[in-house]
Structures are given as C-alpha cells and as structure tokens.
Design a protein. Structure first.
Lengths: 501, 501
C-alpha cells in the first residue's frame, strides 16, 4: 500500500505544481505583464488550467483512490496518509464533474474578461465589459449544471470557495447578522465623529510602502519566503510554500488604503507561510476555505490592525515615518479616525461595521443574477438602487458601483463574497479562543510583540492547511460550531465605547 | 488534409504555450522569486519541462506528421503550411531522442545549480558549485549519448543551439579567425589609447535606466510588447509574441556595463518582436538559431551602438542625462573610450576585438570537459592558465574566471559559446547586405533615424522566425554562405582608423 500511496503522492505533486503555475501566470499578469501579452497569456492560462484539470480527473488518480480506500479505512483520521488521501479524494470528486474543455474555456474567457475590466474600471465604462460578464454568468450557470441535485443553483459555486456552505445556511446567517447590525448602525448614526484629516494628507508612496513593510515584518510576514508588489486590486498568491506573494495599491492621499490592504494580505500570507512543511507539494498545503482565509486577513486588518493596543505601539513609529502628516495629532484622534463609521461606496475602504452590508448586498445580487431574476444589463442600476436603500447614498458612477470589485470579472458569479462575512465572524470567534488561552496577548500587542498570537494561529489553524474541513477546524479550535455572537459582541463593545453610547 | 493540419497546429499551440511558461518560470526566478521559492520552483520547472516534452514526443504528433507527409510534399517549400510542418518535424525528430524523464531531471538539476551558482558567484566560491557542475557535465554527456553516430560528443549540444554546426566546422572557423585576429591585436597593442575616465565616474542608476530606455525605444523596442528589469546576468526571454522581456544590470561606476547590455538585449528583443504574427503560437515563432540571434544583439550593441554615427546623435542626449559626468568631454574622447581595446577578464565587458578570444577559449574548454581530457575539478586552474596564455593576464579570482558566465550553471556544458562568434561574423555580413541595398542607413543613424535598418532586418530576418534554417536564411539574405571576411574587414577598418595604424 505504501507503493500506491507514494504513487498517489507523486501524481498529486505534479498536479499541484501545474496548478501553482496557474497562480504565477495570474500574478504575473496583474503585476508585470505588458499589455501586448494578453493574447498569449489567455492561451497559456487556458492550456495550463485544462492540463492540470485533466491530470486530476485522469483514471490514474481514480484507480489509486479506489485501491487505497481499504488502506485509508484502517488509518487514524488524523494521520498524514489518511488526510492526504481524504483531501485528494474530496478534490477529485468535485473536479470529476467538470469537463477539461470547460476549464480551458473558462480560463481563456476570464483572462480576457479581467483585462477588459481593468480598462473598463479605469474608464468607468460598464458597457465594454458587459458582454464578458454575460458570458461569465453563462459559464457560472454551466459550472453549476455539472452538479445534479443541488438545492440552489449557487450552491456548487459557494461550495467551491467555502466547502459545506449553501445559499440556505448563508441566507439564515446574513439575516441574523443584518437584524443585529441595523440597530447598531442606527445607534452610531446618532453620534458624529469628525474625519481625521491627517489620513487624507499627502503621504509619500515610498514611506507608505516602507512603513507597511516594517509592520508586516513585525507581525511575522517572512520576506525570504514572499514578496510584496503593487497591483490594481490587492491580492495574495501562493506560488509555492516558500514563495507567497502579496500586492497592494497606494494612494498618496489616503494612507489607510495601502496600509489596511497590506496588513490584510499579510494576514492571508501568514496563513499559507504557516502551513506545515510536511504538506508541501500536496493538496493539503492550501487554505481550508476562503471563509477561514478571510478570518486570518480580517483578524490582522481589523481586530488587531484597527485596535488601540496595536497603535499604542506603532503610532510613534508612524509619526517618525510621516512627521508632517501625523506628528501633530494624538493617538486618540488617529484611532478614532481609522475606526470612524461612515457609509461609503467602496467595499475595501469601508469601516468594519458597514462593511458587512456591502457583502450582503453583493451576495444577494449574485444570487439574483444566477436565478435569472436580474439581468447583467440591469445590474448597474440594481446595484445603485440597492446601495441607495442600504446606505442612503446615491452613487455617481459605476466605478464606485458595480465595477469596483474584480471578483465577477476574474472569477465566477456566485460564491464570491460570502467569505468576507464568514471571515469577520470567524476572526472574532478565533480571537476569543486565543484570548481565553493566552489573555496576555492584548498586553503583548501593546508592547509590539505578536509572537504569542501568531504561534496560536499557526499551531491551531495555519499548520493544518486543508487537513480538516472548515467545520471540523472551527470545532477543533473553538470547541463549537461557527457562531456570530463573538463578532457581534466585539463590534458592540468596540463601537459603543468609541461612540460613547 | 486541412483537418489534420489544424489538428497539428492545435497540438503545437499547446506545446508552445507549455514551453513558453517554462520561460516565465525562468524569468521569474531570476527577477522576482524570493529565496524560499527555490525548492518549489525547481519542481515546477522540472514538471513543466517534462510535460511539454512528453506532449511533443507523444504519438499524436508523430502520427500527424506521418499522415501529413504526402500533403507537405505537394506544397511549395515557402508556404505557411509546409513551413509549419517542416519546423515541427525537425523539432519532433530532435526531441524524440530524449526521454521525458531526462528532461525533468535536467531542469530540476539546473534550477538548483543556477541558485547555487548565484551564491558561489557572489562569494567567489567555486568549490560549492563544483558538484553541480560535475552533474551538469554528466547530464550533457548523457544528452549527447541519445544521438548515435555523431562525429563528436559535442555535436548534438552544438546543434541544439546552432542547427547544422559541428565541432569540426567551428574549429575550422575559429582557427581562421584566430589567425587573422592575432596580428590585429598585436598591431593595436603598439598604440596606447588612454581610458576615458568619465565612463567610470558616478552615473546614477535611475538616469542610466532612463537613458537606456530612451535609446532602445528609439531603435524600436516596443514597451507595450515587452519590459525591462534587473537581474544578475542580462538576458532576453520571449514569454509570448506580445511579451518579450529583457533584463540588465547596473553598476553606478561603470556606465558602459548597463548601457551595452541594454542595447544588446534590445537587439534580441527586436528580433522576436519582429516575427510575423502569422507564426504566433507555433514553433516557427522563435529565433532561427542562437548564432542568428546573437547577430542581432551584437549588430545593435557593437556595429551600431559603438559607432561614431550612433553617438553623433546620442552623445548630446547623454550629456543632458549626465551633465556632471559627460558634459566636459568631447564626442571623440567618448567614442575612443568605448572602443578602447584592452584585454580584460570579463567576457561581457570586453572590447569588440579581444571578445572573440574569450569565446574561443570557452569553446575549447567545454570541448575538453566533454572529451574527458579536463575534469571539472581542474577547470578553474585550466581557465587561469589559458587566460594567461591568451590575454597575458593573471586572474586573481574565480569570479573573474570560471564563475563569470551563467551558461554552464543554468544549461549544458557544450554548444553554449560558439553563437557569440557566429553572431559577430553574421552581424557584419548582414550589415554589409543592408548597406548595399540602403547605403543611406549610416547617414540616417547619424541623424537618429533607425527605421530603414530596422525594417530591413525585420523584413529579411526577423519576420521569418524559424521558417528557414540558419544556412538557408544566411544565403537568402546575403546571397552567400557564412563568411568571416566582412567581419574581419569591419574590425580592421574600424580599429586601424581608431588607432591610426
């Protein structure tokens, strides 16, 4: 059986390498590629993705999985062999529904769609990307159609990013959150915190990048096993276990923009940099789900990165980097400035509280698109209407609306946004668990020491990669299923204090 | 037959894309990859290269080539279909000798070897890279062993880069060149031109890169279809027809270093950027040979880039970029400075005349290594001895000796260096042809116009990619076989004038 297991491992190794190269092709397209490269890159992406998929669903893997089943059943669930076989079987089963040709068409289309979107975004021109989005919607429906017997058309798409989640569970969860969020937002709206004007003063790009680098090195990003670049929309990619790349964007008149995205992406990177080396080159060496992934980025970006303790340590450093911008304000003014609750049009620039409304809205819209009750042509207007209802703001352009997120332009429509709220919820649930074991974490952060929290996250979450399902992992780490209570409690405590309510 | 032809084209498309991704993996390793990425990258390179190779030698291609043979025989030699089938057949025949497993072992080894060399180079530590070089020698011999009946062990390795060339033809050529070169070098040695001290004054990196960029844009490098980055050793890579990347290195106390490498690599890039779009995604959309490839880089670097006419136009621009460095010297002093003949240790920094001795020496050493008359362990000393004999210089370190070129550390031993002399020879032969059709080229260059020369090169050479064999191409373009006369004449005329001999 060892021979068969090693055979499986070799095949997985190969497929994992081919897939990781898709990641490099994507990263390079966003960060380096000259415009003339798009035709060749779309072809490369399509061919590489199809090939990786063909190798995964080839008879060889199926035969090995079948032959290894009795062996797997004798192994402890937690063991290396059992976990590797289990995760491979899970991914094989899912992938075997998808014809390789679909994979090629999808990637070829998304490569082009992404490029057209970049231009459409720059020029506020939804019409130019609309036919691409229509094709993406068709492809998303086609993907779903490969899975018979699912309750909702969006379920297979959601499951792709957040295994085990469905439209029905998410709707329930989002309703619960919305019900609890609405009174909080109303309460906050009664009080006005003035904006902190220093945050929109000139902050030179180089200093922003250097400061961001100092911060993420301090919290644990390993620059020997990663790098940071600039791109239109920040993202993280795992080229290999020793090569995890993050990107950011810089606005010299909006300090928080690059800073928060830097810490956010570093949170993702810490997750992958922390996966146990024993999983290198296997399907286990990846994040457990996008929801768990976002729990890591949003934990560092918000719970830590917007906390008073964090800035107690870093604010004097910030003042050294930007003497003209931040030297003359107090830590308290800065802290209130970065946590000011204010409905705004861009999701990635939203405050922690209203951010969730952005996500719920996107989730609802993609469900409507998939169900067919909303057409792509009507999407920009539907976006504006819904935004007006939820935020009381009249949007002046699609750049501030439907064009802002890359998700629907470089991936499926469906299953793309729920992970952000799952991430928020889990970030608080995980942090609560960490604090209950190590109450000293908060005080350590105040002194600029992040080692205890990082080690807890690594040992409890990062280390396992995809070994456990999201549900298993949450239960193992927190002793219970996912619950919104810690997150709602966190928001209430923080913001009722901040707003003196 | 059209159906079969289209099938072949689709397969070739796929293999070409897989191979071009190998190029991206290489480029990324040199330009971006963090050190931690090396293990993953070696695996990715090995798997990707083996896969591309497997696809090329798979029965599908063979069957199609066999089935298409009668059709090919009815087609004009020059036609699109015939050329595509012919080039595919040529590459298939060569590749079919090589087992896929060899390809994987080779790339995995070279990935590591290259990384070890980078460190060995930085630390002047040949011992650390020696075992890797020994393995490379074994792999080079193994490659050669796949080709039965070749006259010399190095012939298959030479043929890989310069189809049609053999040890015996090159030895003959190099002897002829050496015989003619020796009296020229002796004559020159009787006269002393003082070095131009401005060339080693401080020239800020940013200004060097900007000036280089202005120059290569002017001669025709298309930044919408390419980019320039920094790397330890300059190189050019064709990621796709619309994405051709060059690199350079900058020494702030050696202006000529980055400048000449920039123009050199741009010469390569112009070649690939100029291939007819009809060949996109096929094996024809590549350079005809490394010798032809070097003829393009060395034409721009030397015949144009070190000419008086070129600097008549660019020198005033140079003075604007570097007022403190070049404003107070004359064009003549500068021109004599960049053409000063002075034996020196580093090939890529050598003058045009002694450069050829560097190449002959490397060619001889790799032949000795392959033949077994020289061991890798004795190579550093053999290098020093030979260098002392040819250049009269005693080398003080391996960094100045055997560690300086990446070729043996990221590729085979054998067939790696002859292309530079072939390039020199052909650059003059091609330029002579261009001038005989358009004598106005020299005057145009003096006025900063490069369009006529560029168009001539594009129409006669670049456009065809690999459609013609090197020998066919040379005959078509110049009306005769390769000959060293124009090159020797060029050297004599230029340097006897410069040295008042």
């Amino acid at each position: 059986m060892r021979v068969l297991f090693d055979e499986l491992k070799d095949l997985v190794n190969e497929i994992d390498a081919l897939e990781s190269i898709v990641g490099l092709l994507d990263w390079d397209q966003e960060v380096n590629m000259p415009v003339g490269g798009i035709e060749g890159r779309s072809r490369q992406l399509a061919i590489q993705a199809r090939l990786a998929h063909e190798k995964l669903i080839a008879p060889a893997i199926k035969h090995l999985l079948t032959a290894l089943k009795p062996y797997q059943d004798t192994l402890p669930y937690d063991s290396h062999e059992s976990s590797l076989i289990r995760v491979t079987r899970y991914l094989y089963d899912k992938a075997s529904h998808i014809p390789p040709d679909f994979q090629a068409r999808l990637y070829e289309h998304l490569g082009k769609s992404q490029t057209v979107w970049l231009k459409a975004y720059a020029e506020n021109d939804f019409a130019s990307v609309r036919p691409f989005l229509e094709k993406t919607l068709d492809l998303s429906r086609e993907y779903s159609s490969f899975f018979n017997g699912c309750e909702h058309i969006a379920d297979p798409l959601i499951d792709l990013n957040d295994p085990g989640m469905t439209v029905s569970t998410i709707r329930h969860l989002f309703k619960e959150m919305r019900d609890q969020l609405t009174p909080i937002i109303k309460d906050i709206a009664r009080v006005q915190i003035p904006p902190c004007s220093s945050l929109t003063k000139f902050s030179p790009e180089l200093a922003q990048l250097s400061f961001g680098r100092e911060v993420i090195e301090k919290i644990g990003f390993d620059f020997e096993r990663g790098r940071q670049d600039k791109s239109t929309h920040p993202f993280t990619v795992q080229i290999s276990p020793g090569d995890v790349r993050i990107t950011t964007r810089v606005n010299e008149y909006d300090f928080w923009n690059a800073f928060s995205s830097t810490v956010h992406e570093a949170g993702h990177a810490l997750y992958v940099q922390g996966i146990a080396p024993t999983w290198n080159g296997t399907f286990v060496a990846h994040v457990a789900s996008e929801g768990i992934n976002e729990s890591q980025s949003r934990l560092w970006e918000n719970i830590i990165g917007r906390s008073k303790n964090f800035w107690h340590y870093f604010f004097p450093r910030l003042q050294l980097y930007f003497p003209e911008t931040f030297a003359n304000i107090s830590l308290d003014t800065f802290y209130r400035g970065i946590n000011r609750v204010q409905p705004s049009s861009i999701r990635t620039e939203a405050d922690e509280v209203t951010y969730n409304l952005h996500v719920i809205m996107r989730f609802d819209l993609e469900i409507q698109l998939l169900e067919g009750s909303l057409s792509v042509g009507d999407l920009p207007e539907a976006w504006r209407q819904r935004f007006q209802e939820d935020f009381g703001i009249c949007l002046s352009s699609d750049r501030e609306g439907v064009l802002q997120d890359p998700h629907w332009y470089d991936g499926f429509i469906g299953g793309q946004f729920q992970c952000y709220i799952l991430g928020n919820i889990l970030s608080a649930q995980f942090y609560e668990s960490a604090l209950s074991t190590y109450p000293e974490i908060e005080d350590e952060i105040r002194r600029g020491y992040f080692g205890t929290l990082r080690a807890w996250l690594k040992n409890n979450i990062h280390f396992h990669g995809r070994k456990y399902s999201p549900q298993e992992l949450i239960n193992r780490v927190t002793g219970k299923a996912m619950t919104i209570e810690p997150y709602m409690q966190y928001l209430k405590t923080k913001y009722y204090d901040l707003y003196n309510l």
